[in-house]
Design a protein around this ligand. Structure first.
Ligand code: SF4
Length: 365
């Protein structure tokens, strides 16, 4: 595998190794034939475009489509989203992950209704003032809803530009970040920004994929420096793997007469506002003793049984959950007064967070 000469590298660091117009022209031609039809492509409504862009952050199109449709059924307009209680928005978001996005959606809707009569701003600078909107999302809304010349640099575009210009730096370093934004801006055409933005997103999703890119089908093949220098498999450069810590938790299915105890997490913080089974961090001691000690005051425990385990990965840690069924003595009667006792058959409908959703199949074990 041959690397770039130092002269090539210097040039690719400073200026684009091809005419910017050639990229836009090739991409637009390809997009007319191969672009995807997606539910949010039929509209220029900034509310719908913003909703799709927030949902698509760190999330695949396949996972987003159903959520996008359900959200619009329930909140067809920004004003409906602003008027809803936060809990309802979070419940509808359950399962999509990165829950701060749901809180930011709600906060943005309320801010826009209160300060701008429900109108979206069109400029990147004003969009950046709204909760949960970063530079690339602001660029996408500005380009897709208002056809304004605003670059985007999401994960797909970052990868394409690293390869197209054969950038031999870690793509998230501050020096690479500056170059990539500069290149993204140079490449964004003066006209047809809406189509160009969708085209480059589609190229990253369909052709210039993270693994096994389809270079022979790529409209940019003749321009691509990574392709001509045989660097495609090496770019973008990858940072050395980080050790992600493992946390252990005991989650409890506390059962009293075919009902179980569930609780909603506090509105702010990790998984804020989502539902879960009660639980405790797994310490060094025996789990059964810990459970008995922790819940001694609640009710008499008549039986405890391990149902199984589940694992879930978050961005900063991995979680391993041991799931116990704890039968409570019905003669105590405490459950009658408690608030969140749910029939076991209704658990499927509850918006549990991802790790505890994985426990549901274990209940019948
Ligand atoms: S030629 Fe290959 S590496 Fe280069 S932009 Fe196209 S798909 Fe990506």
């Amino acid at each position: 595998m041959k690397g770039l000469s130092s002269k090539d590298k210097q040039n690719s660091d400073r200026v684009l190794p091809f005419a910017a117009e050639a990229v836009a022209e090739s991409l637009l031609g390809w997009y007319a034939l191969a672009g995807r039809e997606l539910p949010w492509r039929q509209t220029r409504d900034p509310y719908r475009i913003w909703l799709s862009e927030i949902m698509l952050q760190q999330t695949t199109v396949a996972a987003v489509v159903g959520y996008y449709r359900r959200f619009l059924e329930r909140f067809p307009k920004l004003s409906a989203l602003a008027a809803a209680p936060l809990e309802e928005v979070i419940d509808l978001w359950a399962g999509l992950g990165y829950y701060a996005r749901a809180r930011n959606l709600h906060a943005t809707a309320r801010q826009l209704v209160a300060e701008r009569g429900g109108e979206f701003p069109c400029s990147v600078d004003e969009l950046l003032q709204l909760p949960g909107i970063g530079r690339s999302t602001a660029g996408a809304i500005s380009a897709l809803a208002f056809d304004l010349r605003a670059p985007i640099l999401d994960g797909n575009v970052r990868r394409i530009l690293c390869r197209l210009c054969a950038l031999q730096e870690l793509p998230r370093s501050s020096s690479a970040d500056k170059k990539l934004w500069l290149w993204a801006e140079w490449l964004t055409p003066q006209h047809r920004v809406h189509d160009y933005t969708q085209a480059i997103m589609d190229l990253g999703a369909l052709v210039c994929t993270p693994k096994n890119p389809r270079c022979e089908q790529c409209p940019l093949e003749s321009l691509c420096l990574a392709r001509s220098c045989k660097l495609v498999d090496l770019l973008p450069l990858k940072a050395p793997g980080k050790q992600v810590p493992l946390r252990r938790q005991l989650a409890l299915l506390l059962v009293d007469r075919q009902r179980c105890l569930v609780q909603r997490r506090p509105a702010t913080g990790l998984l804020g506002g989502l539902w879960e089974f009660p639980g405790l961090d797994a310490g060094e001691g025996a789990p059964l003793d810990a459970i008995r000690q922790y819940y001694a005051g609640l009710k008499t425990i008549s039986a405890i049984r391990l149902l199984g385990q589940a694992r879930h990965a978050y961005s900063h840690f991995r979680l391993k959950v041991d799931f116990y069924r704890v039968e409570l003595d019905p003669r105590d009667g405490v459950a009658e007064e408690a608030e969140h006792w749910l029939p076991l058959d209704d658990l499927e409908q509850l918006p549990l967070h991802g790790a505890h959703k994985k426990l549901l199949p274990l209940i019948g074990a």
